[in-house]
Design a protein around this ligand. Structure first.
Ligand SMILES: *Cc1c(COP(=O)(O)O)cnc(C)c1O
Length: 422
């Protein structure tokens, strides 16, 4: 065990500040990162890895992009936090609204969890209803009411929800299978008038990568409109990653509320909830729905977010999609050549795979995949200098710093790892 992990475990529960980092589902000791540059990370012993986690997608330009570093350094020199409004909060709000047509107003917060919590409270406050529908395997941060059948770390740990969450807290949460409109219809038939919000990852990326079936998001929109419930897109991963307007831009399906995180903070703690002014104005200080944050709209985080969004033009998304497609095709070919029963999926600029013959449409399929095999491949690739997500319930996040040569190197390592395992 590395010295750092040993020290960490003495003073931090499990040695990590977010569970999936502990390598619980793949075994072994976590890599302690000393630094990152572009597509690469370097550990405390000087070993380098091609990184497909990229802070779970937050670092879409790659690590330590010079423009982001400079923006943050400059911002820091002017003071790191004031607890008073600053111009860059306005600029970032404008940048978000300019890219996402459904967002007329936006509230900046510090994490995706906070954004989900705020969206839920806002939906309840705006509708006067209490229930929330979520989908099995979708993750919306560690909000008490939303941990039921969440993916990500909760899936990794095999917990149904979490200890410490009371029955009363989840009494208004209804969990429905993803990609199953009939199941939603049944819930709405029973509870429709009590449903404040239907909350969904428009591409599920926390049970592995599971794209929406054709017509699914349109079906959600239509049902929410009919039931008078707010449709909330959790675009914490897909926002500013699959395109400038996220999945709503890709599909033309307009949610009532959206939450963003990861990319929008440029690798710093920042997230957002946004939607039509009529809904957003229910938030304090205008409305009766309370929400606040000491570090909300933080000067460093808004500087990083602006520097990143500025660089995400059409050419950037094309480049990212080219990289993702090369990865997708290469992975599929390598698994096929090795006779490994894998399902490789891509959603625009996101890539994922399951050791499962497919199709993988939801959480039950994702759980039926061979996660032991994923763990072995993870380590074989780690030994060959490629850092995949340390769990089969996550997506791969190629960045703009990943070159065609990096993808080639990744696929060489994969073929070698598959051959060694045979
Ligand atoms: C990461 C994530 C969150 C939670 O964001 P945090 O910043 O980790 O709190 C919420 N929703 C989705 C879809 C995510 O991937």
């Amino acid at each position: 065990m590395s010295d750092w992990f040993e020290r960490a475990r003495r003073r931090i529960p499990g040695g990590v500040n977010s569970p999936v980092r502990a390598f619980g589902s793949v075994g072994g000791d976590p890599v302690f990162v000393a630094r990152g540059e572009g597509a690469w990370i370097e550990d405390v012993d000087g070993r380098r890895y091609l990184d497909y986690v990229q802070s779970w997608g937050a670092s879409i330009l790659g690590h330590a992009h010079p423009a982001v570093v400079e923006a943050v350094q400059r911002a820091a020199a002017d003071g790191t936090s004031f607890g008073a409004p600053t111009p860059r909060e306005v600029e970032l709000a404008e940048a978000i609204c300019a890219r996402v047509p459904s967002v007329e107003k936006v509230r900046l917060v510090s994490s995706g969890t906070e954004a989900a919590m705020t969206a839920l409270r806002l939906a309840r406050g705006a509708t006067g209803r209490s229930k929330v529908v979520k989908f099995a395997g979708c993750y919306h941060g560690h909000v008490d009411a939303l941990l039921a059948q969440a993916g990500s770390g909760v899936a990794t740990l095999g917990l149904p929800g979490s200890a410490g969450v009371t029955a009363a807290t989840v009494a208004d949460t209804v969990v429905v299978p993803y990609n199953d409109l009939a199941a939603l219809d049944a819930v709405l038939a029973e509870h429709g008038e009590d449903v404040a919000a239907v909350l969904v990852e428009p591409v599920a990326a926390n049970m592995g990568l599971v794209p929406p079936a054709p017509g699914y998001l349109e079906g959600l929109r239509e049902r929410c409109t009919r039931a008078g419930a707010l449709l909330v897109f959790d675009e914490v991963i897909t926002g500013f990653r699959v395109g400038p307007a996220g999945m709503q831009g890709r599909t033309g399906v307009t949610p009532d509320l959206s939450i963003f995180g990861k990319v929008v903070g440029g690798g710093l703690p920042l997230a957002a909830v946004g939607g039509a002014a009529a809904v957003m104005d229910h938030l304090a200080p205008l409305g009766a729905v309370y929400q606040a944050g000491t570090l909300s709209g933080n000067p460093l985080a808004t500087a990083a977010g602006l520097a990143v969004l500025e660089r995400l033009d059409d050419a950037a998304y094309d480049a990212l999609e080219t990289t993702a497609t090369a990865l997708e095709t290469g992975l599929r070919a390598a698994f096929e050549a090795a006779g490994a029963p894998a399902t490789v999926v891509r959603a625009h600029t996101l890539v994922g795979f399951f050791f499962h013959p497919g199709p993988v449409r939801g959480y039950d399929d994702a759980r039926a995949a061979d996660h032991g095999r994923y763990a072995r491949l993870f380590h074989a690739l780690l030994d060959r200098g490629v850092y995949l997500p340390p769990s089969g319930y996550e997506a791969l996040f190629p960045s703009l710093a990943h070159t065609a040569a990096d993808v080639g190197r990744t696929l060489d390592a994969l073929r070698d790892a598959l051959a060694a395992a045979a």
